[in-house]
Design a protein around this ligand. Structure first.
Ligand SMILES: O=C(O)[C@H](O)COP(=O)(O)O
Length: 498
């Protein structure tokens, strides 16, 4: 099956110093690259308008203002791990993918941590300064072995794990805390997990490897230090009163400052972008998990169905009031994990044209929830149930419902508001739906109205009778300019282009 590129990136701005391999890979893949570093915020706001991709390290602050100025930005790529310099929430609302390279810096950051732990234990920087001053002071720099000491690791992700395994080779006991990594996983690489309360008093050394976010800001504070052993050793602070203390060793943000890490991150971000635009995979996206699961041709057809069902129920909503509830249910083993992206796709269809910023799978659920719509997702897995998707929406107590499936790559409608179509209706092209009481005069009369308006009929489907009424779907050459021409003949009518 043909691969599709859900996201196209043609022009990229690199605003921080990145390894040259990044630019080379992007250019080799047909992407135009502009490098402009040290831009002021206003300069970046002016520049960003012309680009659909922005690549940064941690120096460029991609704040909400900058994102607001971006007219066609689709991707913010962070060549590195931390995305605290990017306003991810603002990017998500605007439907912009934020992507990082989570592993490129791991080894370098872990090695620097080990270097700092060892320097702390043996006063290497202080002794170096003393030697440079012409001294030979051995007593002053009495150290302590790492062997048999306890290292507390806060954050047991990639870097925390690499630090642990390296420091274990010095005979250190490694303990740690992480709200996500399961204790049995960290145990398999020698780190015993415990609560922070239990951890503080046991540590001889503490190292922090958490992302910067509200829950981790100020993790080490007066209260936590009060629970620590006297003389506990911790990584460098930014506070200059502490930096200047004789027992403090510190360096600037150097964790990723190695040739290897920079080459890895530059290469990773470029290859991830190339993979994305070629439709191969979406790797490293921090705010677009839904999009990541849509990179197979199969899921793209289901996305087509979700959007089409959403568009159909949008035009069927005769009240024209906004929806208050959207419920998506998937059926069948094949769609077990698809309710998430089908829900987003349905919302893209339901809210089409209603967002100034543009609506896509990245921002659909966020924008829907912001406008007060409750989204429910579920899955039913009957023994012989074929894969299908049911969309129900409520408006002031009225419920509209449509269900469909994918038949040999084509999204089709199975049921509309309780009426099951005798043949599945292909959801593509220009479609006219109407509900009317069954009568022999109905179809000739409708055909007459269409012919008078110059509309040709491509195909026609009818549902089984439901409460005396039937739903009909007509594939038409163009949409009716005035739908009310059908009013005397039908009870309700809606038309759309899929
Ligand atoms: O988050 C990271 O990857 C590190 O903090 C490195 O940041 P840098 O790219 O600015 O060196």
């Amino acid at each position: 099956m043909r691969k599709m590129a859900p996201v196209a990136i043609k022009r990229v701005l690199i605003s921080d110093s990145l390894d040259p391999c990044c630019k080379k890979i992007l250019q080799e893949n047909g992407i135009e690259v502009t490098e402009k570093t040290n831009l002021s915020k206003d300069e970046l706001k002016a520049q960003i308008k012309d680009f659909d991709g922005l690549l940064v390290r941690s120096a460029t602050k991609v704040c909400a203002d900058v994102i607001e100025s971006a007219e066609s930005l689709k991707l913010i790529g962070r060549a590195g791990t931390g995305v605290d310099n990017v306003d991810v929430e603002a990017a998500t609302k605007k439907g912009i993918i934020v992507m990082n390279t989570p592993s490129g810096n791991t080894i370098s950051a872990a090695e620097l941590t080990c270097a700092l732990v060892m320097s702390l234990s043996r006063n290497v920087p202080q002794a170096t300064i003393s030697m440079k001053a012409g001294n030979w002071d051995r007593k002053k720099f009495m150290g302590a072995e790492l062997y048999g000491k306890t290292l507390g690791i806060l954050g047991l992700g990639r870097i925390g794990k690499e630090v642990a395994t390296r420091m274990q080779s010095f005979g250190m006991r490694t303990i740690g805390y992480d709200p996500i990594t399961p204790p049995e996983v960290s145990k398999s690489w020698g780190v015993e997990q415990m609560s922070l309360e239990e951890l503080w008093p046991q540590c001889d050394y503490i190292t922090v490897h958490t992302p910067l976010m509200p829950s981790t800001t100020g993790l080490l504070n007066d209260a936590s230090f009060a629970k620590c052993k006297r003389g506990v050793k911790v990584e460098p602070p930014k506070d200059y009163a502490l930096v200047n203390h004789p027992n403090v060793i510190s360096c600037p943000h150097l964790g990723a400052s190695t040739k290897e890490a920079q080459a890895r991150c530059g290469q990773d971000i470029a290859l991830q972008i190339v993979d994305m635009i070629k439709g191969n995979a979406l790797v490293g996206a921090v705010n677009a998990q839904v999009l990541a699961s849509t990179f197979s041709p199969e899921s793209q057809q289901w996305i087509g169905l979700g959007e089409a069902l959403g568009k159909l129920l949008k035009v069927c909503n005769s009240t024209k009031q906004p929806y208050d509830q959207v419920h998506i249910t998937t059926q069948g083993e094949d769609l077990k994990k698809s309710a998430e992206f089908l829900g987003s796709a349905a919302v893209v269809g339901l809210m089409a044209g209603s967002s100034e910023n543009g609506l896509n799978l990245v921002n659909a659920l966020t924008l829907a929830e912001e406008t007060g719509i409750t989204i429910k997702k579920g899955h039913v897995d009957g023994n012989d149930s074929k894969a299908s998707c049911i969309l129900e929406v409520s408006v002031n107590g009225s419920v509209y419902k449509a269900s469909g499936t994918v038949q040999t790559t084509v999204p089709v409608l199975l049921e509309l508001n309780g009426s099951v179509f005798r043949q599945p209706v292909p959801l593509s092209g220009k479609l006219l739906f109407f509900r009317a009481a069954t009568s022999p005069q109905l179809l000739p009369s409708v055909t007459g109205v269409l012919a008078a308006a110059g509309v040709e009929i491509d195909h026609f489907s009818a549902s089984s009778v439901f409460g005396g009424d039937q739903w009909y779907c007509v594939g038409v050459s163009c949409l009716l300019e005035d739908l009310s021409k059908l009013t005397p003949l039908v009870k309700e009518a809606a038309q759309l282009t899929v």
